[in-house]
Design a protein. Structure first.
Length: 395
């Protein structure tokens, strides 16, 4: 039985094409025994697992022999349990299981917990949808799982992938204090603005590397997010799908916006509380971002709602997306993964980590120098005016 799984594993590892190493690979403590790789659909979670196996093959031949990738799409798991499979794997000398599509297996969290306690020498790394609350709401594995978030490509990763470069990561403090020097060093190698618009349009998702029409692939992926990640995992009635689609369409037309929940509720024929829950589901599924003042969070109404990344802004053909929308959306997306980003009462737009007042502007504002400003059409900045593209080097 294991021989067939190893055959598939070897084929997938040999043929996985990962053009750039993801930063997350070095942020994970691989000694932990239960690790979840969370992320929105389309960001490359499967390839991440396979690339980990490929790196093991190159760096630790012995451990690589005892590592196995399995996908719970396999019909084998309709008749056999995970605990049973793991027991056979361990008995044969197995040490690390890489599990994809875990949510498709009934009682997945309970059996992961059983494996964790029954086989103390077994390490399990599994992929998880971004909508899955592994720690907060999961009594089976909440106290033993170590979740990590895999995001789409940063602008830095996009440049490294498309141009074959090895541009480094910079911290927010690096960028705020040394942005002029950093930008000058990078612009000696490339002209970032030459590639920035392409990234904003189609560079966040690895889909652009595939030989398919990106826009069609993106729309297909967005529908899969609604139908699988939201409806199936959140166990929402299929009859709610048209309402979720209409809500997403409204957001695609209006974001960034301060949502009029009453009007939206009327448009999708739902109560206010249900509408807010649906907005939260879209946020959890990595389709939206919600911006709150300091000290506020869901279920309060957000100050603003953004699309989760700029590629999504271009997903509808019925709207002309303006440059200011793109600037704000990119800025929020670039920072929110590792930093706390909040709204202010009026001005500036954002406060970062409770201490940095910042604006994001498509072009140079009339008044500058008062606070930090990320500027979209700037290649090299000065003083507190920082190129927007440079915030794409935070990971």
């Amino acid at each position: 039985m294991l021989e067939a799984f190893y055959k598939t594993h070897n084929y997938l590892v040999e043929h996985v094409q990962v053009p750039a190493r993801r930063v997350l690979m070095d942020e994970i403590d691989w000694s932990d025994r239960l690790i979840a790789i969370k992320g929105g659909r389309g960001v490359g979670k499967t390839d991440f697992l396979l690339n980990y196996a490929k790196e093991l093959r190159q760096s630790d031949t012995e451990l690589s022999k005892h590592t196995l990738y399995v996908n719970f799409n396999d019909f084998y798991f309709t008749e056999h349990s995970l605990v049973e499979f793991a027991g056979q794997f361990v008995a044969a000398g197995g040490r690390t299981l890489l599990i994809d599509q875990a949510f498709k297996y009934p009682n997945w969290s309970r059996e992961l917990s059983q494996c964790y306690y029954r086989y103390p020498n077994l390490h399990i790394i599994f992929t998880a949808s971004s909508v899955m609350r592994l720690v907060e709401d999961n009594k089976d594995i909440g106290s033993i799982v170590h979740p990590y978030n895999l995001r789409g490509f940063s602008f830095r990763e996009y440049l490294n992938v498309t141009l074959g470069l090895k541009l480094p990561v910079f911290t927010l403090e690096d960028i705020l204090q040394r942005h002029v020097d950093i930008a000058r060093r990078i612009t000696q190698i490339i002209s970032p603005l030459k590639y920035f618009q392409d990234y904003l349009h189609h560079g966040y998702y690895p889909l652009f590397l595939e030989p398919h029409d990106f826009s069609e692939s993106l729309l297909k992926m967005m529908n899969m997010i609604l139908e699988v990640d939201v409806l199936l995992i959140k166990q929402i009635e299929v009859s709610s799908l048209p309402k979720l689609r209409k809500l997403l369409h409204i957001m695609l037309q209006d974001t960034p916006c301060s949502p009029n929940v009453s009007n939206i509720s009327e448009a999708i024929e739902c109560s206010r509380s249900t509408t807010m829950n649906y907005i939260k589901y879209l946020k959890d599924a990595r389709l939206l971002n919600m911006l709150y003042p300091e000290g506020k969070q869901f279920p309060f109404k957000p100050t603003k709602v953004y699309m989760q990344n700029t590629n999504l802004c271009y997903a509808t053909s019925t709207r002309d997306v303006d440059a200011q929308t793109i600037a704000e959306t990119f800025f929020y997306n670039a920072l929110h993964g590792n930093h706390k980003i909040n709204a202010t009462d009026r001005s500036p737009m954002f406060i970062i980590d409770g201490k940095y007042n910042m604006d994001a502007c498509a072009t140079m504002p009339s008044k500058t120098g008062i606070r930090y400003c990320a500027i979209g059409d700037l290649e090299v900045g000065s003083q507190k005016n920082i190129p927007l593209w440079l915030f794409g080097f935070l990971y």
